[in-house]
Design a protein around this ligand. Structure first.
Ligand code: PEP
Ligand code: MG
Length: 577
């Protein structure tokens, strides 16, 4: 067997993928390698030349609008770009690539850009080297004009392994229906929403490779072993057969576990555990039900806002929610109000948020309270969906109890309007909150008194407690659910819920980590919500555990948090391995 290990990153979504590499983005504008048919070569050259003309017209227009008192170097800057556009050196080579090799206009321009960049990088003179920025501006302008002519950059992706510097959650949503085999990114962490989405959609993914796009070629065959975070290239037939067999074994194990979903998730000593699903799209209800979800514990509704220019209307919200409620056939559906912000941006998924600290900024409930025009249609739709089956409202990123009071007031107003419109809804709809900010965890008793249920969001709770950006692969190594501070906060929330008689669940990724399920049961957690694929394994695991014994041993760990390293204690007690 011969193989070349092409890259190691962090497995973001387990599974094996075998497919050809599809290099998605190079440069600031997204370009995919593509070719045209022989009879389309001349029209493609005309398209390229037309794009250069349009770019020139756009720049002339900009130049005309520059006020007279603007410093002259601004106008000179545009003149430089115009000169570059008119220079044949920019167009001769791409036209040759289209004509001789059949490259698409975009891909030919990208190849030429890469060649020119290499020349610029060799220039020693700093000033001249910075002219590379001018080249980027000019090429990006032409590229945008060319790309605008295409509906979607995500064509021909079926069965391919996407290679990209980074992907936004919106990109992954777009690719879902294209049937990609997996993806590999240079950057990004396993707790980013991109990675969470991949897990949820069952797309094998390796993130944070720091260089896969530079060392792998578009079109070459790859194997992705996402469980270990390894990307293999240049594999021989033996290796391909080995991974194909493992892939088939994974599928048949899932089928076997699925045949046992009717067995309830009850521990050996008879403790019933609620197993719910996290979903991102209304379509996910099918797999959630097939895998035995007893309800939806987290519906991440913000994905409705992605890949579109304007927010969804009330009717669009309602269509999605009613599909989920009806699909779950009487089981509870927890609809989280939109959690946009940080790495989840509306529209096409530009994840470079304007704020320099986006995770601490105008996100989730903060955004909804500031922009009621975003919040009202969603609340109206959630309430209307509650007439069709049991629905709970869940508020993300709570920090203060007055945020809950404000939401309660708004919900009352929305109810009045629905009454006036003669719409039906559940007047006693439960309103719960996510506990994912350390301040809310420390103050969980106050939240438990105000809310109908709590759900611990460990992805953010760990991010905010340990001060590690969940999308930054450079600080992944600090992501530690067993950190004493995290364990204390989780315990605080579970105890607050028990004391107030309010149900507490967990919908962060820790809830489906086989290592931590026994620990959480020992801490008193009885409701776990997770990506649908994980339900199968967690159900099996729960049926093997003894809740009472775990309560005793975990109690010893929690009493010793000041004195000993919890991971060592948990290992000694056989709770984690
Ligand atoms: C969490 O923070 O744990 C959570 C479930 O919410 P999200 O991952 O969508 O931020
Ligand atoms: Mg969160």
């Amino acid at each position: 067997m011969t193989i070349a290990c092409a890259g190691i990153g962090v497995g973001a979504a387990a599974g094996i993928a075998i497919g050809n590499a599809f290099l998605l983005c190079r440069g600031p504008v997204c370009v995919t390698p593509s070719w045209v048919k022989t009879d389309s070569i001349e029209p493609e050259i005309q398209r390229f030349e037309e794009a250069i003309r349009t770019a020139g017209e756009q720049l002339h227009n900009v130049r005309k609008q520059i006020p007279r008192d603007t410093p002259s170097d601004i106008a000179e800057f545009i003149d430089t770009h115009l000169l570059m556009l008119e220079d044949k050196a920019l167009s001769i080579q791409p036209i040759a690539l289209i004509r001789n090799e059949g490259l698409s206009a975009e891909w030919a321009l990208q190849q030429h850009r890469d060649a020119l960049v290499q020349v610029f990088e060799k220039i020693e003179d700093t000033y001249l080297r910075t002219r590379r920025n001018d080249l980027d501006h000019v090429v990006d302008r032409i590229m945008s004009i060319l790309l605008e002519q295409h509906e979607s950059p995500y064509e021909e992706l079926r069965g391919q392994i996407i290679l990209a510097e980074d992907l936004s959650p919106a990109d992954v949503i777009m690719m879902k229906n294209q049937g990609i085999a997996g993806f590999v990114t240079d950057f990004g962490g396993p707790m980013s929403h991109t990675a969470i989405l991949a897990r949820s959609l069952g797309i094998p993914a390796v993130v944070g490779t720091r260089g896969a796009t530079a060392c792998l070629q578009h079109g070459e065959q790859l194997i992705l072993d996402a469980g270990t975070g390894i990307v293999l290239a240049d594999c021989d037939q033996d290796m391909l057969s080995h991974f194909a067999a493992r892939l088939a074994a994974n599928v048949s194990r899932a089928d076997e576990l699925r045949s046992r979903v009717a067995q309830p998730p009850v521990t050996r000593d008879g403790q019933a555990i609620h197993l719910l699903a996290n979903i991102e799209l209304a379509d996910d209800v099918g797999i959630a039900s097939a895998n035995g979800a007893q309800g939806i514990g987290l519906y991440r509704t913000e994905f409705l806002y992605m890949n579109r220019r304007s927010p969804p209307s009330e009717e669009e919200h309602f269509a999605a929610y009613s599909a989920v409620v009806e699909g779950m056939q009487g089981l509870p559906v927890t609809i989280r109000t939109l959690d946009l912000g940080a790495d989840k941006q509306p529209g096409g998924g530009d994840h470079t948020a304007a704020s320099s600290n986006p995770a601490l900024g105008l996100r989730a409930i903060r955004l909804c309270l500031k922009e009621p025009e975003l919040f009202y249609p969603q609340l109206r739709a959630i309430l209307r969906a509650s007439a069709l089956g049991p629905v709970r409202i869940m508020l993300p990123m709570l920090t203060n109890t007055w945020e809950v009071q404000q939401v309660e007031r708004i919900v009352q107003q929305v109810m009045h309007h629905l009454d006036a419109d003669g719409e039906k809804y559940d007047r006693h709809i439960p309103i719960g909150g996510m506990i994912e900010v350390p301040a809310a965890a420390l103050n969980a008793r106050a939240f438990a008194e105000r809310l109908d249920f709590l759900s611990i969001g460990t992805n953010d709770l760990i991010q905010y407690t340990l001060a590690i950006d969940r999308v930054n692969d450079e600080v992944n190594y600090l992501y530690d659910p067993a950190h004493p501070a995290v364990l204390r906060l989780i315990k605080e929330v579970i105890s607050a819920g028990i004391a107030a008689g309010v149900p507490v669940g967990m919908c962060g990724e820790m809830a489906n980590d086989a290592q931590f399920v026994p620990l959480l049961i020992g801490m008193g957690l009885r409701e776990f919500s997770m990506q649908p694929a994980a339900l199968l394994d967690v159900r099996e695991q729960i049926r093997d555990l003894h809740a009472d014994e775990l309560t005793q041993s975990v109690g010893r760990v929690l009493n010793n948090l000041d004195r000993a390293d919890p991971t060592t204690l948990l290992e000694q007690l056989g709770i984690i391995h």
